[in-house]
Design a protein around this ligand. Sequence first.
Ligand code: CUA
Length: 174
Amino acid sequence: MALMPPERIWWKPLGREERLWVTIAAVWCFFMFFMLIGWYFFGAQQMPGNAVRVAPAEYQARAQAWIDENKVGEEYGVPVVRPQAGTDVYMIARQWQFTPIVELEAGKTYTLHISSIDVQHGLSIQPININAQVMPGYEFRIQITPNKAGDYSVWCNEFCSIGHHLMTGKITVR
Ligand code: CUA
């Protein structure tokens, strides 16, 4: 005959302190869960814009045509583009560069189009801390109104293989 342990429910008796901690942890879990949903509405963290499907080759052709049309110079071999105030702005993300360098006017609203023509990249505009995913096959259209003159650096913040740390770009606001 096997020796059996005395029958017992493992979580009983639940001590007073234990009950208190479990309650606090549970309440906190629910609070955090609903904050996650609530933040969408009152966090003012959503990027104003949307995304549409696009073939990478088509996006590249459209963006390149726009770059050729609006190009005003070159910096380190990267085209510099000064678009008309209030128009569409195109940026191409690829291994390992954001092109072109864009010059915008403060106080004007632009629609920034960005897509990747190879792998997934990230768009990080510093020091204002705008962050977005840049996926091949999706064209992101973001409403931007720069309000302060200066140079803004653009960084890739999604690991995109060997040259990831070199992948930068620039937006200048005048
Ligand atoms: Cu592109 Cu990392």
